[in-house]
Write a protein that binds this ligand. Structure first.
Ligand code: HEC
Length: 124
């Protein structure tokens, strides 16, 4: 009897935990929006239009993520890379910070999904 309880608890943990972790880590636009509001909006604006409160101090200005014409010339990979490595890593301004050490792959994927929602566009 005791053994079967131990077996059951072990089963719940070994099967349940990875499932729980995977669900938590699944990229989603809603998850991206939360991160965006906290980390990106000071520069890019709460609406993603590039008019955050910090924007006027920056030259070049933060990108306008609602600009479908511009955003549709970027692939999802381009967006991922600039978030991961910062502006400098893709030959753009160092004012766009790198986030690769702060965010998981799933979190950056979520941000890309949210950027696509903001522009209402698809990548190349
Ligand atoms: C300190 C201000 C600042 C913060 C915070 C910031 N950015 Fe930026 N970002 C910039 C600036 C400035 C540019 C324009 C760089 C250029 O055009 O050279 C930019 C450009 C971009 C671009 C466009 C690159 C391209 O293809 O032209 C993307 C995408 C982007 N940021 C995403 C994000 C995301 C997502 C976050 C939050 C995780 C974020 N940024 C946080 C300042 C910021």
């Amino acid at each position: 009897m005791k053994n079967s309880v131990i077996f059951f608890v072990a089963l719940v943990f070994t099967v349940g935990w990875p499932l729980y972790a995977a669900a938590k880590e699944k990229p989603s636009p809603a998850g991206g929006e939360k991160l965006y509001r906290r980390y990106c909006s000071p520069c890019h604006g709460t609406r993603g239009d590039g008019r955050g409160f910090n924007a006027k101090n920056l030259d070049p200005r933060p990108a306008n993520h609602t600009d479908a014409e511009m955003m549709s010339t970027r692939t999802d990979r381009d967006l991922y890379d600039v978030i991961y490595g910062g502006g400098r890593s893709v030959g753009k301004s160092t004012l766009m910070p790198p986030w690769g050490r702060n965010f998981s792959k799933a979190e950056i994927d979520s941000l890309v999904l949210y950027l696509r929602k903001l522009c209402g566009c698809r990548g190349l």
